[in-house]
Design a protein around this ligand. Structure first.
Ligand SMILES: C[S@@+](CC[C@H](N)C(=O)[O-])C[C@H]1O[C@@H](n2cnc3c(N)ncnc32)[C@H](O)[C@@H]1O
Length: 279
C-alpha cells in the first residue's frame, strides 16, 4: 500500500521533491532532539544557578540600571530590549521606571518566572539570541551580567552581535556587560567551597583553550549534581574586532556598575556602550 503510494508520488516530480524534503526535515528534527543539550541550557535553567548566584540580586541590578539611565538618558517613549534577561531583574526595574521593555532568554524556567510580572509595556519571550528577533525596532538593547561568550565559535558570537545590531533603530545603542577576563585569570581561585542555603557548592576553575571553565559540584537531598560554566575569556581587542564585524562602534567603555572608567588591572567588569556603525 505504502509502496504503491510512493510509486504514485514518483509519477509527480514536484511531489517527490516535497516528500524528500519532509523526510530530511523529520530526520534533522530527530537528530536535534537527541543531541545532548549545551551547558548553558542546563545550568541556567536549573534552580541551583539562582541559589548559587543569589547575591546577584535586584539591588545590584537596580544600582546598575540607575547609573546607566543617568548616563544614557533614554527618552520616556523609548523601546528597550534585555537580551538574555534571565528572570528579568533589570527589565522589571526598567519597566517600573516607566519604560517599554521586552526581555528574551533561552531558559524556559526563567521566562516562566519573569512572565508573572508582564504588563502591556513589559513582555518576555523564550528566544535564542543567535537568531533574528525584531528588526530596526529598539532604542537601547542590553546584554547584562556576562550573558555572552557561551558558544563554541567566534562565528556564533559575531552572529549574535549582528542580531543585536539589527534589532536596533539606526540611532540605537547596545550596552554589553562582560567580565574583565584579564583580572579574573590573574586572580583565579582554582578551588573553593561556597555554602549557600545549606548547600556546599564545590567550585573548580581552570583556563583552557581561551575559556574559563567552572565546574560546580554539590549534593542536595541525597542526590549528587554536577554543572559546568564555560565562558570565553574575551578581552577588549576581541570585542573590538567582533563589533567591527557586526557593524557596531564602541562609544564608551566602563569598568564597573558604578560606571568608572575601564582599567585592565583593576576593573571587575568590561562594559561597552556601542552605536550602530554607518548610522
Ligand atoms: C549569567 S545569566 C544573566 C541573566 C540576566 N541578564 C541577569 O543579569 O540576571 C545568563 C543568561 O543568558 C541566558 N542564555 C544563555 N544562552 C542564551 C542564548 N543562546 N540565547 C538567549 N539567552 C541565553 C541564560 O539562560 C541566562 O539566563
Amino acid at each position: 500500500m505504502f509502496a504503491a503510494k510512493i510509486r504514485n508520488i514518483e509519477g509527480y516530480p514536484m511531489l517527490n521533491v516535497c516528500f524528500n524534503f519532509a523526510k530530511l526535515a523529520i530526520f534533522a528534527l530527530l537528530i536535534k532532539s537527541n543531541m545532548p543539550k549545551k551547558w548553558f541550557h542546563n545550568w541556567f535553567n536549573s534552580p541551583y544557578y539562582h541559589i548559587l548566584y543569589q547575591q546577584r540580586n535586584d539591588a545590584e541590578a537596580e544600582f546598575f540600571i540607575d547609573n546607566l539611565c543617568a548616563y544614557l538618558k533614554p527618552k520616556a517613549n523609548s523601546r528597550l530590549l534585555d537580551i538574555a534577561c534571565g528572570r528579568g531583574r533589570h527589565a522589571i526595574y526598567l519597566n517600573k521606571n516607566g519604560y517599554d521593555i521586552t526581555g528574551i532568554d533561552l531558559s524556559i524556567a526563567s521566562i516562566k518566572y519573569a512572565k508573572e510580572f508582564e504588563n502591556n509595556r513589559l513582555h518576555f519571550y523564550v528566544h535564542d539570541m543567535r537568531y533574528l528577533f525584531y528588526i530596526n525596532y529598539f532604542d537601547i538593547a542590553f546584554n547584562l551580567f556576562t550573558s555572552f561568550g557561551y558558544f563554541e565559535t567566534d562565528y556564533d558570537h559575531v552572529k549574535s552581535l549582528r542580531t543585536f545590531q539589527k534589532a536596533l533603530k539606526p540611532d540605537g545603542l547596545l550596552v554589553l556587560d562582560y567580565f574583565n577576563s584579564h583580572k579574573i585569570i590573574t586572580n583565579l581561585t582554582a578551588q573553593e567551597v561556597k555554602t549557600v542555603d545549606g548547600i556546599d557548592f564545590h567550585i573548580n576553575k581552570i583556563v583552557e583553550k581561551n575559556k574559563i571553565i567552572k565546574t560546580i559540584e554539590f549534593v542536595h537531598k541525597h542526590k549528587a549534581f554536577a554543572f559546568k560554566e564555560q565562558v570565553k575569556a574575551y578581552r577588549f581587542n576581541d570585542f573590538k574586532l567582533f563589533f567591527e564585524q557586526s557593524e557596531l562602534e564602541i562609544v564608551h567603555c566602563f569598568g564597573s556598575y558604578n560606571l568608572e572608567e575601564f582599567d585592565i588591572d583593576n576593573s571587575d567588569r568590561l562594559i561597552f556602550i556601542c552605536k550602530k556603525a554607518h548610522a
